[in-house]
Design a protein around this ligand. Sequence first.
Ligand code: HAM
Length: 428
Amino acid sequence: MTIQALKGFKDILPDEVRAWQHIEATAREIFHRFGFTEIRVPILEKTELFARSIGEATDIVEKEMYSFADRNGDSITMRPEGTASVLRAFIEHGLQAKLPVQRLYTIGPMFRHERPQKGRLRQFHQMSVEVLGLDHPRLDAELIAMGWLILDELGLSVSLQINSLGCPACRPAYKEALVNFLAARKELICEDCQRRSLTNPLRVLDCKSSHCQEQYVAAPSILDHLCPGCSEHFRQTKESLDLLAIPYAVNPFMVRGLDYYTRTTFELVTDALGAQSAVGAGGRYDGLVEKLGGAKNMPGIGFAMGMERLALLMTQQNEGGCPDSASDLFVAALGEEAAVAVFPLVHFLRRKGLRVAMDLEGKSLKSQMKQADRAKARYALILGEEELARGEAVLRDMTSKEQQAVPLAGAPEGLCAMLVEAIAPKGK
Ligand code: HAM
């Protein structure tokens, strides 16, 4: 019997990987443009790290984490997200002493035991960014604009929803108003929401039940409860987004699935992926560094993009639109002598930066031309016994089918220079 991958764990196959590489390369390049540097953090952490940061009464911590006792009996967890680990590393290594503001990004797999469906996996990949040490609202807008730019450069169109979740000074009053609202409708909401109204009331607004959502249309809005500081911060964030011409909709009922957020939160959403609408999401978390044992008054903000969802969107909206991994040249050698002659030439051309494919077994010309088509080669260099005797090879343009003879005599460098000149894509 064959062994299959675990449910919700997916292989990224060769025909998908091109889109993945393109997404990652585009994002990395943009992160660097905005002054971010990469940090790589472990996949396994102490369970407590996530319980303390994401929140005990969240779906992630309550029921989605891959947690287990290691051989010493310590409870450890496969990270369900990146923020907690990056902040742990930031505190542990005293990174704030190195630069007053840190701009960090990390890319890698995350693990959540959710019910798998389109765009929702148990092992998924995030590209996530964090900025520590600055609470200016212009930073919130800059970060959102960076996410927007990544999607734009990938050719994807999504919409942006923003909200403010206030701070420890103003949120308690909002919670109280919400709890009173829920208590008055106890009979009309689902059991989960009844339970959440006691443990983590904001979470109810995320409930998937349409009955509950019908009730919550009339729920009090956090935006009516913001303290002057949060209200002004939100106003300036929106104003800065306007300056950058980033369109947004304010959604006062957008609460995030993680408890650490304060003030600005946002989601980049699409209706093209069914229920899994967020391709990226994040927000400010001003008290989190302190909560994890780091400096007091250390603001932070970040977001993460889901690579599976971006790759799905690329295929849907953009026909996978990313650069081709086609070969520049296919070298077809006919016969052992010709193969021996071109084998080092192929290596030389690869060292010069060309994408070169070659049939190592010396199959028939017909078979090799088929391989050249499959490799989407722009040119083929054909070398048979006759050509070898004449001291030349045939260079064929695979699109126009035009052919020209190229001399093999002289130093390989000369031939290489000529081939590189003839076939290198412009700008290479
Ligand atoms: P999150 O909203 O839980 O936030 O996840 C961010 C993104 O990861 C989502 O918008 C989605 O694209 C992707 N994602 C989440 N769960 C799955 C899944 N099961 N399958 C596929 N994709 C998924 C965070 O994780 C925060 N750490 C973001 C952040 C960074 N906030 C501040 N800094």
